[in-house]
Design a protein around this ligand. Structure first.
Ligand SMILES: Cc1cc2nc3c(=O)[nH]c(=O)nc-3n(C[C@H](O)[C@H](O)[C@H](O)COP(=O)(O)OP(=O)(O)OC[C@H]3O[C@@H](n4cnc5c(N)ncnc54)[C@H](O)[C@@H]3O)c2cc1C
Length: 588
């Protein structure tokens, strides 16, 4: 089948923080670069990031990158790769200063330096006491960051294909990635975009759950595409539940609220985190706080008529602090619940927030996969960064503010690796296989030709319900086994998906159906890998296996779509320059 072919040296799929940071590196190096995005780049989910970006600037009190590294390794419950973690924490200070020079309007201290606030799990002196490490632009940090990066890209002449959706990657007979297929939403036409290198920065997939802080476009496209291409994904069983999603609505209330001095209360008015984490209290790691809240609710100490939420108190901070540091939170609370946090506490519940797993990469942003004896063979021409990637710096649980940092550090690192790889190519593009687009076109044809079958809305609703019930904050063998059966049954029904609208121009039903085919892969992979991991670590809390089992499970999960195969690979325990941080019990 013949379809139009476009050519760019570098194709970036995703216009969030990671995609834009990588694109900037490429465009500034003179590489012909295009960014594809389903939405206008500055509407990517990065824009919703509230609380901050971490860096051990030490502007308020003593701090250094080694402490940051220790906190990240511990936060990750020893599933993070220590070389990548050292790389990220060491780069953090330069990365934030660079953003400032890009024009990001950080909040300031009296002395003019960048303001910093505490965030969960960030501690001084190897875990001794909370430290102020989060740099913020009020509670709209991601918004400010994304706009600064977008403007820089415009200046650097990055091309944008806005409202374009990547469908699949194209691999040649050696397995190298040589381009993608993509759908132009406005016309409904499919194109091939040939490239020397392709980067995925497609963000998270929080929409697999019913209650989620994620945007509707966070459908895990990069994960679905990678799996369909025969490549594995890593550690997808680990999903972060953010302690403070607005009860009922799921909208995020930033951890910055607790960073500024807010705290949680149960129905007895008790500050219960003092029992669960005597030192860090409300600023313990997210998984720890989410579990504590769920236990309070399960044991009948929740608030409200149904006792199904707890309260986040911040009125004691005073109107001035709230209006200056947390204006967006006040607005959200008023708009969604009619509650003014200056006067009353906010009802909150743990809500799906972040995907720790993703496309396996090294710290250079190169996608890796097992090949014979080599567990980390580089897939040539394929790169990933940001939430869709697994470097792995967040391991089994991410610390707040470490994601925005991950985006800029690994976006830049992947950009540099791509520049190097592309320069080696010279003017040559690797040849496209003859059937380059057939796989995508056949998928589309099947969808377009179905005249009866399952409704998208029903399937999606059911998937979200199953995930919420069977892969939530607490997990057990029987709940997960039931979950696998249910999600497999649903997966079979997805093959009969049918959309009523057959038009081409801006057919959003078609786009949503294509998204869902990616999302369901993520849901299935989550359930299967969570069942297989018979231990509790970070965000995976198994009631039947309450302890961490380093002997059997201090390893990354690799999951393949074909045969639902699982392979485990070792964690990188060796940092780049400092001593290994050995596993210890995680207490806060
Ligand atoms: C409400 C909220 C608050 C947060 N607050 C913080 C915080 O304060 N600090 C912190 O460190 N982290 C925070 N996080 C996490 C962090 O914001 C995200 O992990 C991060 O922004 C993800 O960035 P990204 O560049 O990987 O992807 P995104 O910003 O999600 O961008 C993904 C991009 O990929 C594009 N895309 C996806 N699929 C396709 C496709 N098939 N074809 C074409 N384009 C595609 C989308 O259009 C989009 O441009 C927060 C997350 C949420 C949800």
């Amino acid at each position: 089948m013949s379809i139009p072919v476009m050519k760019y040296e570098a194709v970036i799929v995703g216009g969030g923080g990671a995609g834009l940071r990588a694109a900037l590196q490429l465009s500034e190096a003179g590489v012909k670069t295009v960014v594809l995005s389903k939405v206008f780049p500055t509407r990517s989910h990065t824009a919703a990031a509230q609380g901050g970006i971490s860096a051990s600037l030490g502007n308020v009190e003593d701090d250094n990158w080694h402490w940051h590294m220790y906190d990240t390794v511990k936060g990750a419950d020893w599933l993070g790769d220590q070389d990548a973690i050292e790389f990220m924490c060491r780069q953090a200070v330069d990365a934030v200063v660079e953003l400032e020079h890009f024009g990001m309007p950080f909040d300031r201290l009296e002395n003019g330096k960048i303001y910093q606030r505490p965030f969960g799990g960030h501690m001084a002196n190897f875990g001794k006491k909370p430290v102020r490490r989060a740099c913020a632009v009020a509670d709209r940090t991601g918004h400010a960051m994304l706009h600064a990066l977008y403007q820089r890209n415009v200046k650097a002449d990055t091309h944008f294909l806005v409202e374009w959706m990547a469908l699949d990657i194209i691999r040649n007979k050696n397995g190298d990635v040589v381009g993608i297929t993509a759908l132009e939403m406005e016309t409904g036409e499919v194109y091939i975009i040939q490239a020397k290198a392709v980067l995925f920065a497609t963000g998270g997939a929080g929409r697999i759950y019913q209650s989620s802080t994620n945007a509707y476009i966070n459908t895990g496209d990069g994960i679905g595409i990678t799996l369909r291409a025969g490549l594995p994904i890593e550690d997808i069983e680990f999903w972060q539940f953010h302690p403070t999603g607005l009860a009922g609505a799921g909208v995020l209330i930033t951890e910055g609220v607790r960073g500024e001095g807010g705290y949680l209360l149960n129905c007895n008015g008790e500050r219960f985190m003092e029992r669960y984490a005597p030192t860090a209290k409300d600023l313990a790691s997210r998984d720890v706080v989410s579990r504590a809240m769920q236990i309070e609710i399960n044991e009948g100490r929740g608030c409200g008529q149904n006792k199904d939420y707890v309260l986040l108190k911040l009125d004691h901070l005073g109107k001035d602090v709230i209006d200056q540091r947390l204006p967006g939170i006040r607005e959200i609370s008023l708009q969604f619940l009619g509650i003014d946090p200056v006067k009353e506490p906010i009802p909150v519940v743990p809500t799906c927030h972040y995907m720790m797993g993703g496309i396996p990469t090294n710290y250079r942003g190169e996608v890796v996969a097992p090949n014979g004896e080599n567990m980390e063979d580089i897939v040539k021409g394929f790169y990933a960064a940001g939430e869709c990637a697994c470097a792995s710096v967040h391991g089994a649980n991410r610390l707040g503010t470490n994601s925005l940092l991950d985006l800029v550090v690994f976006g830049k690192s992947a950009g540099n690796s791509m520049v190097e790889y592309i320069k080696q190519h010279g003017d040559e593009y690797k040849e496209l296989p003859e059937d380059a687009a057939d796989f995508s076109l056949n998928r589309l044809a099947k969808l377009d030709n179905a005249n009866s079958g399952e409704s998208l809305a029903d399937l999606r609703h059911e998937m979200q319900k199953i995930m919420q019930q069977h892969a939530g904050v607490f997990r057990t063998q029987s709940v997960l086994e039931d979950g696998i059966n249910k999600i497999e049954a649903l997966y079979a029904r997805v093959q009969n998906l049918c959309i009523q609208d057959k038009s081409k121009v801006f057919n959003t039903a078609r786009v949503e159906a294509l998204e869902f085919m990616n999302t369901i892969e993520v849901a299935l992979a989550t359930m299967i890998t969570a069942e297989a991991r018979k231990e509790s670590r970070g965000a995976q809390a198994r009631e039947d296996f309450p302890e961490r089992d380093d002997e059997k499970f201090m390893c990354h999960t690799l999951y393949y779509k074909d045969g639902r195969k699982i392979v485990y690979k070792p964690v990188h325990t060796k940092p780049m320059t400092v001593d290994y941080i050995p596993p210890a019990k995680r207490v806060y």
